[in-house]
Write a protein that binds this ligand. Structure first.
Ligand code: TYD
Ligand code: MG
Length: 463
């Protein structure tokens, strides 16, 4: 056997991508149990990694020299404009040339659809859409469904990176989409596609390609049951931007979040609606997330929340009923279950509501998951409203975080929330009294009511 083909094996944690020379039961870096799997890595033969796209002899495209920080040009990254306000905002203004973007989401959520839609709409850009999952016909069928035609989008069904780079050299695309990174493999590593070492190596090859040719690359990645990007966390470290597509598959709304962005803020969020002909942007989320009712119903409260920099009014629903079986149930859609337990405990301890013997079900309308703690107050009021079977007037909305002592804590960007509520025709908004400072009450026509304890709010709405 020649030395150049010596086989090297290493153990990888399938959860976080950590490496170990022998099998271990518990990963020392992410503390997960039983996640180590042996993977075979073909030992590099000399020069085997000379990239297809590298432009000089020593294997790296640019040989950099050091430069004074002060002399570095501060010119903005000239961004590639993308169609659609939502994506533009989430990306921080467009696609940065040479950036590597990881686009994650659960299977069937609409990642391929969004990416295909993006490539089809980029009419003056030559795009290569590489699919390792679907055939050309399947992609064509989807494109027909979306109903956009273009003659600048190339489709490639291929899973080997070397072949992909060959095609790239031929076509010279200005944007590359990889669907998905888990199906792609490189010949330099022996382990199977989707394994940690493969995913990492392939991503590294695309990273090198992106940086050396200044071509942006979008990589689609699947998400594990636990909600993290499948396989290695290390992918998140390598890429410039991480986008997440989430939502409830049974609902039509999808949220596009940015969890990492080297070229912009991670606060932004976009909302899409999955229709029969692809994804449509939702520009006025508040209007669709609130149901118009003729008669007020108990167990419903409207929260003035903020996602990123975008104010949104969302309907929270609660159902409180006597526990049918011994152990009361708590179930929540779109809201953290542990936080719900905490809020129920606060209600029990501070306000004397006996919720410990009740089933409590929570639902955030539209199947949207909200992270803003400012939704607490509305949720608490929805629970109380259902528990007492008294409807909350439809013209009232809430914005405040609830603390362990039952105090109502202030939320950020209160002006934006209040003006959004006003815009949507609400007559009254209940906020934390700590938020009153600096708030120009007079500049709003909506009535602003401040409270510092939950008990006070209860008196305010139920009289
Ligand atoms: P897809 O983009 O294939 O999801 P992913 O790549 O994240 O796995 O989307 C799959 C779902 O979207 C599928 O269940 C059908 C639905 N869909 C629509 O409702 N309308 C459409 O126009 C398209 C293209 C898909
Ligand atoms: Mg797909």
């Amino acid at each position: 056997m020649s030395t150049s083909t010596k086989v090297k094996k290493t153990f990888f944690c399938q959860n976080c991508g950590a490496q170990a020379s022998k099998w271990v039961g518990k990963c020392t870096s992410c503390n997960e149990w039983n996640t180590y799997v042996e993977e075979i890595i073909q030992k590099d033969t000399k020069n085997s990694r000379l990239q297809v796209f590298s432009s000089n002899k020593n294997g790296s495209a640019k040989s950099n020299t050091s430069i004074l920080l002060n002399e570095v040009g501060t010119a903005d990254y000239p961004r590639i404009a993308v169609p659609g306000k939502e994506l533009t905002r989430v990306l921080g203004g467009g696609i940065v040339p040479g950036s590597l973007v990881l686009f994650g989401g659960e299977p069937g959520i609409g990642k391929s659809t969004l990416m295909l839609q993006l490539t089809l709409r980029l009419k003056n850009l030559k795009v290569l859409y590489v699919s390792g999952e679907e055939s050309e016909q399947q992609i064509k069928m989807r494109a027909d469904r979306i109903g956009i035609t273009t003659n600048t989008c190339f489709i490639l069904q291929e899973t080997n990176t070397q072949n992909i780079f060959q095609q790239i050299t031929e076509i010279q695309p200005q944007l590359v989409v990889i669907d998905s990174i888990q199906t792609i493999h490189t010949s330099y590593i022996d382990s199977s596609p989707g394994s940690v070492s493969q995913v990492r190596e392939c991503a590294a090859e695309f990273l090198r390609f992106a940086k050396e040719t200044n071509t942006p690359v979008f990589m689609i990645g699947h998400i594990t049951k636990e909600g993290s990007l499948a396989g290695p966390k290390v992918l998140e470290h390598m890429v410039d931007t991480v986008l997440q597509f989430e939502g409830d598959r049974n609902h039509i709304y999808r949220l596009l979040r940015c969890t990492k962005n080297r070229f912009g803020s991670t606060n932004e969020m976009g909302i899409y609606e999955m229709n029969g002909d692809g994804l449509r942007e939702v520009l006025n989320p508040s209007e669709i997330l609130i149901t118009d009712r003729d008669t007020p119903t108990s167990g419903v409260a409207i929260a003035a929340t903020l996602e990123g920099n975008r104010p949104m009014l969302i309907e929270t629903q609660a159902l409180v009923s006597s526990a049918a079986y011994g152990t009361p149930q708590r179930s929540s859609t779109g809201f953290d279950l542990r936080r719900l337990s905490m809020l129920l405990a606060v209600l029990e301890k501070r306000c004397g509501f006996k919720l410990g013997i009740k089933d409590v079900f929570i639902n955030i309308a539209g199947g949207i998951r909200v992270e803003d703690p400012g939704i607490d107050l509305a949720l608490v009021c929805a629970v109380l409203s259902s528990s007492e079977d008294i409807p909350i007037p439809q013209s009232i909305c809430f914005s405040g975080e609830v603390g362990l002592t039952g105090e109502i804590r202030p939320v950020n960007k209160i002006e934006q929330r209040v003006s959004e509520a006003e815009k949507l025709g609400f007559k009254k908004i209940i906020i934390s009294s700590h938020n009153l400072k600096g708030l120009q009450k007079k500049s709003f026509t909506i009535e602003i009511v401040a409270a510092s304890k939950i008990e006070e709010v209860f008196g305010l709405i139920f009289g």
